[in-house]
Write a new protein. Structure first.
Length: 201
């Protein structure tokens, strides 16, 4: 591909409504990736209406400062994208989940995934998040390597829970520490503190 790629960030500082042209471009990308066998959480290509509903819901979260969407464009085409979304529970308000990280079949190997995720990490830091988390299919080794290059580390896996027809795959969970404000106390898992209970055995 010779067309120059540029990124656009949709955040709380510029939460414009997503128009029909963008809905169509995003839907085309997702459909192409799913039909190519991409592990992006869709068992079948979504309809335009499903993509519109997802984008409208995401836009509401973006306007609150609870999400961000990054798109990589080549001309009018959306060739790659990704998002983060803050977890909805107050106890997890400084953690967000990455989702819908993908690049179209025709642009693989151009580093767009790296650029999109790097931009999402920067946006998450600006939003004051402390950690990013994600799940990736266990056999998606290229994606796992990309995330590791950007500092994510595996913290666990749920074996054989991702359903693809009659096949089952591991859900690999990864996280990235973004830093914390001075005065934050890291308690981890020792005895004591709010929510503590003694062992019964």
């Amino acid at each position: 591909m010779t067309t120059e790629i540029h990124l656009s960030r949709h955040s709380a500082h510029g939460a414009a409504e997503f128009g029909g042209e963008l809905v169509g471009a995003v839907n085309r990308l997702i459909r192409e990736v799913v039909l190519d066998g991409g592990a992006v959480g869709h068992p079948a290509p979504p309809s335009r209406e499903q993509t519109r509903d997802w984008l409208e819901d995401l836009h509401t979260a973006i306007a609150r400062g609870d999400a961000e969407l990054v798109l990589a464009h080549a001309g009018a085409r959306v060739e790659a994208m990704g998002s983060w979304r803050r977890r909805p529970y107050p106890a997890f308000r400084y953690t967000a989940d990455l989702a819908q990280i993908m690049a179209g079949p025709g642009v693989r190997g151009l580093g767009l995934g790296d650029r999109v995720v790097t931009e999402l990490i920067a946006g998450a830091r600006t939003a004051g998040l402390e950690t990013l988390a994600l799940g990736v299919r266990g056999n998606n080794h290229g994606a796992i390597e990309l995330y590791e290059r950007l500092g994510f580390r595996e913290w666990g896996r749920h074996p054989n829970v991702i359903v693809v027809g009659e096949q089952r795959f591991d859900d690999v969970r990864m996280g990235l520490e973004l830093g914390r404000a001075p005065g934050v106390v890291l308690r981890g898992s020792p005895d004591g503190g709010p929510g503590w209970s003694p062992r019964r055995g």
